[in-house]
Write a protein that binds this ligand. Structure first.
Ligand code: SF4
Length: 458
């Protein structure tokens, strides 16, 4: 019998029972909720007169509907205000810890989980949000669920799941200067497409992945879903343990030692088999950008827009033509933020690039920290001053600008270089044209006002 993959090990520890030819009853260690996908689930519980089974394993935050400015004022948008209020009422009624608007731990759910030490190796984690895959960077099985499943987990702390296939994506070698983990994942998505990992759970491995910080690993796992995967994970190692140690909800003292012993078993056995495997060489990866309307439509920043009949609709929406070079193209908006790239490391990278420079007049550049803690840390380190002096607007934590909520919209027809994970039609507002890139590429573009190869600035 062959060995087990990391995924198999965590999966097997959490299956409560298997149904013949059906899904397994799968135990969930941590359940994150937010204002968008939880209201109907709570209504369902109320109708059936059911309490939340494990409120102590459930954590809530307000992220999708919170505006990124003036968070001390009542939310202007009626629907956003209602949803954030409803979350607070539901959490109060059902005894769930809420990091709501104004709380020192509020932020994007996939940023606060890891930074509070709630996300831990070997856990199973769900949230009614597809980018829950982010938490897989810690060696957790983490995936997004639908509203009815949110209700299922609130009621039982379990969810019905079919076991996905296992995929290995290996990236080896050192990364070149100016190339970030965002470039790695955009490169992989461009190679295997947005459906290339459908039905699979990915494990990322190889020396290039091992060399990444936890923040950078989260960026990789975050975008697993953009290739159709159920989720993505990375085996925990010293980098992981170092990141978790001392965080608010991390195990302490003797419990830390016990946890470490358990976590060190979380790796793929040498003789384990994967259903699908890919191997990439880090030397082939350069700064990447997208030209189309899904994250798999990516090119090296020095390449031209590919000519393919499959691109016609996307290029029409994006106002681009086959053979066009995006490098040097004028843009009006730069958005640095989202659950993909809004952590302190991202802000540090951006600040180090723009320090002493000025953004171009034609660009509005906003930096949105992923959480109150990131915002606080940025201020402590003086990053806020560096960014403001360079003409970047440091705003307040939330998702709003990633998905065009409240007033955080890009006007129709205008280009926005975004560090987020989705460039779908209308993602940042009706008619908005989103170009995905790394925080360094986005910052370099804001400085010149044109899509820029960051390697020219460093
Ligand atoms: S930042 Fe964007 S992608 Fe991430 S959870 Fe929020 S809305 Fe979703």
């Amino acid at each position: 019998m062959s060995g087990k993959t990391l995924f198999d090990k965590v999966w097997d520890q959490h299956v409560i029972s298997e149904i013949d030819n059906g899904p397994s009853v799968f135990y969930i260690d941590r359940h994150f909720i937010h204002e968008v996908t939880s209201p109907q689930a709570f209504d369902g519980l109320r109708k059936r007169n059911i309490r939340v089974f494990r409120p102590d394993q459930t954590v809530a935050t307000a992220d999708h509907n919170v505006p990124t400015i003036d968070q001390h004022l009542p939310i202007k948008d009626k629907l956003s205000r209602f949803q954030v209020q409803k979350l607070a009422e539901n959490c109060e009624e059902f005894g769930i810890q809420l990091y709501g608007l104004g709380h020192q731990y509020q932020g994007i759910v996939h940023v606060i989980g890891p930074e509070l030490g709630i996300t831990q190796p070997g856990f199973t984690i769900v949230c009614g949000d597809s980018h829950t895959s982010t938490h897989g960077a810690f060696g957790a099985i983490a995936f997004g669920i639908g509203t009815s499943e949110v209700e299922q987990v609130l009621a039982t702390q379990c969810v019905l799941q079919r076991k996905p296939k296992r995929m290995k994506i290996e990236v080896n070698g050192p990364l070149a200067k100016g190339v970030l983990s965002k470039d790695i994942i955009l490169y992989i998505a461009s190679k295997i497409s947005t459906s290339g990992a459908t039905g699979h759970f990915i494990e990322y491995t190889g020396s290039a992945i091992r060399a990444l910080s936890m923040e950078a690993r989260m960026t990789i796992c975050n975008m697993s879903i953009e290739m159709g995967a159920r989720g993505g994970m990375i085996a925990p190692d010293e980098t992981t343990f170092e990141y978790i140690k001392g965080r608010k909800f991390a195990p302490k003292d003797a419990e830390w030692d016990q946890a470490l012993e358990k976590w060190r078993q979380l790796y793929t056995d040498d003789d384990a088999e994967f259903d699908t495997s890919y191997q990439f060489d880090a030397a082939d990866i350069v700064p990447m950008i997208t030209y189309g309307t899904n994250p798999g439509m990516g090119i090296k920043i020095t390449e031209t827009v590919p000519d393919s009949p499959d691109n016609t609709k996307a290029l029409e929406y994006m106002g681009l033509t086959p053979g066009e070079l995006l490098l040097g193209k004028e843009v009006n908006h730069v958005f640095i933020g989202s659950c993909t790239n809004s952590r302190i490391e991202d802000l540090r990278l951006v600040a180090s690039l723009v320090q002493g420079k000025q953004k171009a007049d034609n660009v509005q550049a906003m930096v949105i920290p992923g959480s109150k803690q990131v915002e606080q840390q940025a201020k402590q380190e003086g990053l806020d001053k560096i960014l403001e002096e360079a003409g970047f607007h440091l705003r307040q934590p939330g998702c709003s600008a990633c998905l065009g909520m409240n007033e955080d919209k890009v006007p129709a027809g205008e280009y926005c270089v975004s560090t987020s994970n989705r460039n779908f039609e209308g993602r940042q507002g009706p008619g908005a044209r989103t170009i995905l890139a790394s925080p360094l590429t986005a910052a370099a573009t804001a400085i010149t006002g044109r899509i820029t190869d960051v390697r020219e600035l460093i």
